[in-house]
Each structure stands twice: as structure tokens, then as C-alpha cells.
Design a protein around this ligand. Structure first.
Ligand SMILES: Nc1ncnc2c1ncn2[C@@H]1O[C@H](COP(=O)(O)OP(=O)(O)OP(=O)(O)O)[C@@H](O)[C@H]1O
Length: 361
């Protein structure tokens, strides 16, 4: 296992990049601790695969250095970096048995027969592949084949890291849920450094201790799932994490309060103080689950026009309009639904302020 570091990494697929938008990765300085479980999360095209390929050595970055345990490996190809990779689609030998497929990475590295058998059996057991060990891979389902690919990625305990690039895409939804949990368990048992690329926040939040959220070639935040949810440092994080995402409302400040059209919302004093010093466009941010909804006026509530209510089983999502801006609130089961006007309270501790898309507080 290794501690992996990016020192001023940038990558452009163009030979002569000129503007920031020519870069698939803008400048990235970051660190993956030995034995950590990381998810690399972000929308399509934000640079996740590019970043993974720079870690593995499949891609040489235009600028910067990749360090494994402090040693510069930027010029080394994947086979010299001792990395295991699991891709979106199964990579295995159809004519070999499941056992031989799993044993292949170990045989390649010269492991003896006893150690190989022990390790293959251990990984097969974790992935529920034991009954299939003597079967040829060719006859197995797509799910089983991808499990073998996962097993091949996990079978060596001497790798610097295991990289997963959307490995559950081809897996049936129910098994997907099961495998996500399995991977988490495997990480706890084997303590491998794992970096898992996905655009699915549920997958990222289930698997990882630390989530790395990417947007337009940059890392916008690294944190635990809770940190990303409670304290999104960038508007994009608020919007991307949570379902539905954070509400954002353009506002102006007047002392301790924020004004949204005719509505006045009291802020936490420290938030207001920092906001008064911030420059740029100000916006309030609040999670749907943190908005308090009332059917009649209460102290501190602002009126919003009701638009729709969507029943999602154990909760409802209410959509309302405040000064022309759409807001969503999450109502717990059994909570009364307002008729025409929803009176909304913004709890000061839960109400965030953003300036030019960056969190003020
Ligand atoms: N081989 C390539 N040549 C030119 N441009 C590329 C190449 N590979 C990726 N890109 C561009 O680099 C940017 C980042 O792509 P990348 O595949 O790393 O994103 P991603 O986050 O992994 O996306 P997805 O989730 O769709 O796989 C995109 O704008 C993409 O079009």
C-alpha cells in the first residue's frame, strides 16, 4: 500500500493548451492516505477517469508530479507502479476457470501455490464466488464476470492501490446494492488503499470514508459524506450532494438579515458579519430537509406560493416559489401539507451564505 500524492498536476488532451477550459484537469494538489477508502465523484466529463489514469500511469500528465510514498513515479508506466485496476466492463480470460482468473495476478507476481490458493479462496469467499471456482468464466452471467474482475483487483495485498472506474455499471441493481456494501467490508478487512470513481452519489457515500468531489477539472471539496452534506464549500457541492439538492436564493444583506425580494430572513450573527465583508453575488443556501414548513404564519416565517407536492413514500417533497425562485422542502411522513401558501422558517444555524458560488459560512 502507498500514500499517493499529486503535486501541481494538470492535464490537457490538446498539444498547445491556451485557456483553462483546454484542461481536463486544472491544477490539482492532493493526497490519498495509505489504506484510505476514497470515492471520486462528479458529473460526466468532469475529469474523473483522467485523474484515475494519471494515478495508474495510463496517462502522463501535461504538468506536475505523481508521488508514491514520496517517490516520483510520474514517468513510470502502469506495470511499474504496482496498481490494480477494475474497469466498467469485465476484463478476464473466458477460457480459464474462475480460480485461475483470480489466481492470475498472483501467479504473475511469482506468489507460491499455497499463498495463491489461500488468497484466491479468501477473495472468492468474500465475493460469494466459492461455488463457481471450478467453472469456466465463459458460461457465467455478466454480474458474475464483473465479480471476478473485482476479485482480480482485490486479490493482491501488495498493491499500492486498487482503482475502480465505475465498476458496478453493468451490475443488476439489487446485486449492486449488495456489492457496494461488500466493497466497504472488504476495505475494512483488507485495508487496501481504494479509489473508486463514480457519478452516483449513493455509491460514493456508501463506499467511501472520504469523498472527493470534482467539477470541471477541479477538486471542489474533499470530506466525509457528512461534511459534504452539511458544509458544502461550493454551490456545486450543495447542488450535487443530496436529493433534491440544496436550495439557492439570490439575496442582499441588511445588518443581521438577508432580503429576498420582500422577504426578510434572520441570519446567524457570524454568518451575517462574514457576509457583509464578502464580495460578489450573494446567495442563501438551505437543504430541503432543514426548511421548516408551516401552514399558517409563525414568528420569523416567510410566505412562499405552493406549486406541487410529490409523495416519495416515507416523506414528501414540496415545491414552492419565493420571489420567483423555486424552493424544495422535505416533509416527514404525517407532516401537514400547506394549501396555497407555505410559511417557511430558515433556521439560522442551517442557513448558509455563498458569495460567487463559494461558501462564506
Ligand atoms: N482521449 C481524449 N482526448 C480528448 N479529450 C478527452 C479524452 N478523454 C477525455 N477527454 C475530455 O476530457 C474531459 C474529462 O473527461 P473524463 O473522461 O476524464 O471525465 P469523467 O469525469 O471520467 O467522465 P465520465 O463520467 O463521462 O466518464 C472531458 O471533457 C472529455 O471530453
Amino acid at each position: 500500500m502507498a500514500r499517493i500524492e499529486f503535486d501541481q498536476i494538470a492535464h490537457s488532451y490538446y498539444p498547445n493548451p491556451e485557456t483553462a477550459s483546454d484542461y481536463a484537469l486544472k491544477e490539482i494538489n492532493t493526497l490519498w492516505e495509505d489504506g484510505g477508502a476514497y470515492a471520486l465523484l462528479g458529473p460526466s466529463g468532469c475529469g474523473k477517469t483522467t485523474l484515475l489514469n494519471v494515478i495508474s500511469g495510463l496517462l502522463r500528465p501535461s504538468r506536475g508530479r505523481v508521488l508514491y510514498d514520496g517517490t516520483d513515479v510520474t514517468g513510470l508506466p502502469p506495470e511499474k507502479r504496482n496498481i490494480a485496476q477494475v474497469f466498467q466492463f469485465p476484463v478476464l480470460y473466458d477460457t480459464m476457470t474462475v480460480f485461475d482468473n483470480l489466481a492470475f495476478p498472483l501467479k504473475n507476481r511469482g506468489f507460491n501455490k499455497t499463498d495463491t490458493t489461500r488468497r484466491v479462496r479468501e477473495v472468492a469467499e468474500i465475493l460469494d464466488l466459492t461455488p463457481d471456482l471450478n467453472k469456466k468464466a465463459a458460461g457465467l452471467s455478466a454480474d458474475a464476470k464483473q465479480k471476478i474482475s473485482l476479485g482480480r483487483g482485490l486479490v493482491r495485498s501488495d498493491v499500492a492501490a486498487v482503482l475502480f472506474d465505475e465498476p458496478l455499471t453493468v451490475i443488476d441493481p439489487h446485486l449492486k446494492w449488495h456489492l457496494r456494501r461488500k466493497l466497504k467490508e472488504i476495505h475494512e478487512q483488507l485495508k487496501l488503499t481504494m479509489i473508486y470513481v463514480t457519478h452516483d452519489q449513493v455509491e460514493a457515500l456508501t463506499f467511501a470514508d472520504q469523498v472527493i468531489l470534482m467539477y470541471e477539472g477541479e477538486i471542489v471539496q474533499i470530506g466525509t459524506p457528512e461534511e459534504l452534506f452539511e458544509n458544502p464549500r461550493h454551490k456545486f457541492v450543495g447542488y450535487f450532494i443530496g436529493s433534491p439538492g440544496m436550495n439557492f436564493l439570490p439575496c442582499t444583506l441588511e445588518g443581521q438579515t438577508a432580503r429576498i425580494g420582500g422577504a426578510t430572513i434572520t441570519l446567524d450573527p457570524e454568518t451575517a458579519a462574514l457576509g457583509s465583508e464578502a464580495s460578489g453575488t450573494l446567495e442563501l443556501g438551505i437543504r430541503p430537509m432543514h426548511l421548516e414548513v408551516h401552514g399558517a404564519a409563525v414568528d420569523g416565517a416567510v410566505p412562499a406560493t405552493m406549486n406541487a407536492v410529490e409523495d416519495q413514500g416515507s416523506f414528501k417533497i414540496l415545491t414552492a416559489t419565493l420571489d420567483g425562485h423555486t424552493l424544495r422542502a422535505r416533509l416527514p411522513e404525517g407532516h401537514p401539507v400547506p394549501e396555497n401558501t407555505a410559511w417557511l422558517v430558515f433556521p439560522p444555524q442551517r442557513t448558509k451564505l455563498f458569495a460567487d458560488e463559494r461558501l462564506v459560512r
